[in-house]
Design a protein around this ligand. Structure first.
Ligand code: ZN
Length: 300
């Protein structure tokens, strides 16, 4: 392989991984990874990303991973639409890759058509993605969205929208039957049915409930439901890397099978299934090198 081709390969971590796998060389790969770990990435302060008020112009691109990434050419999710309403607009977290905006529009349409009420959408991403000053460790590359376990037939009041009561639907190791409903179950099922959805995070107690209550013939969609701490008053949708985002790094797909039995049971044995949210994120986050120009063009 010509030298310049090798260098081009080395400019991107995932291409480097592919190269190493293909060529089975160790020394060159080690040098490449060390180079990328130093010069190819940069440390960014969450407050700087949170302070950016506008998306960048240009072709939308999700860059990096949901936990270390950024977003070019974000679109804004409107405050309301058919089948959805958005919370806490003052946070400026209603931005996402157009694939996520289209997904919310689609899911809202399904919710309305099935007469489930309207869904309530929480945080997506910041105008240019990146780490957030408080709360989530992910939601950085425009492909994550939170949706409440709550459906409503009423428009949110201003105070409900800006200071919502986030009510857990979990009691101990199962769902609270006074709050859980067939409509919420259907919302989750429809949300998971899009081929763009890579995984949906829910509290382990919710997954355990569905594993037990649904007949095995209806377990097909449960493999996308991934148990995770928190996620008891909202679920978290993650889309796959969309076309046209060559620097987006995909997570490994969820394991085969429905994840019921041993996997979800092992979660229920953990000492706590909930974690406090909205804690300040004060540590610098190491982001892909491409994100440096995304934040440096702030205001353009
Ligand atoms: Zn989330």
């Amino acid at each position: 392989m010509e030298l310049f081709k090798i260098i081009r390969e080395l400019t991107k971590r995932k291409r480097l991984k592919e190269y190493c796998f293909r060529m089975k060389t160790n020394t060159l790969c080690l040098v490449g990874f060390l180079t990328l770990a130093g010069a190819g990435a940069f440390a960014a302060k969450p407050v700087e990303w949170a302070a950016v008020g506008q998306p960048s112009r240009g072709q939308a691109q999700a860059i990096g991973t949901p936990a270390a990434g950024c977003l070019l050419g974000a679109e804004t999710l409107e405050a309301d639409g058919p089948g959805w309403q958005v919370l806490r607009l003052e946070r400026k977290r209603n931005y996402a890759h157009p694939a996520m905006i289209d997904y919310i529009h689609w899911l809202g349409g399904r919710v309305r058509d099935e007469q489930l009420g309207a869904m309530i959408v929480g945080d997506l991403s910041q105008p240019r993605g990146g780490p957030m000053a408080f709360g989530h460790g992910s939601h950085q590359n425009g492909l994550d969205a939170d949706i409440l376990f709550r459906l409503t037939d009423q428009p949110l009041t201003e105070s409900e929208r800006e200071r919502p009561d986030l009510i857990s639907v979990v009691r101990g190791q199962t769902v609270d039957r006074s709050l859980w409903s067939g409509k919420l179950e259907r919302l989750l099922e429809v949300a998971a049915s899009s081929p763009q959805v890579e995984r949906i995070f829910v509290n382990p107690a919710i997954k355990a409930h569905l594993c037990k209550s649904l007949p095995p013939s209806r377990h097909g969609w449960l493999h996308k439901l991934r148990p995770w701490w928190g996620h008891d008053e909202h679920f978290h949708v993650r889309l796959s890397c969309p076309p046209g985002s060559p620097d987006c790094v995909s997570q490994a797909p969820p394991p085969d099978g429905d994840g019921c039995g041993y996997e979800v049971d092992s979660w229920l044995k953990r000492p706590t299934l909930n974690i406090p949210s909205d804690k300040p994120n004060t540590r610098n986050v190491t982001l892909p090198a491409q994100c440096q120009s995304v934040i440096q063009t702030a205001g353009q």
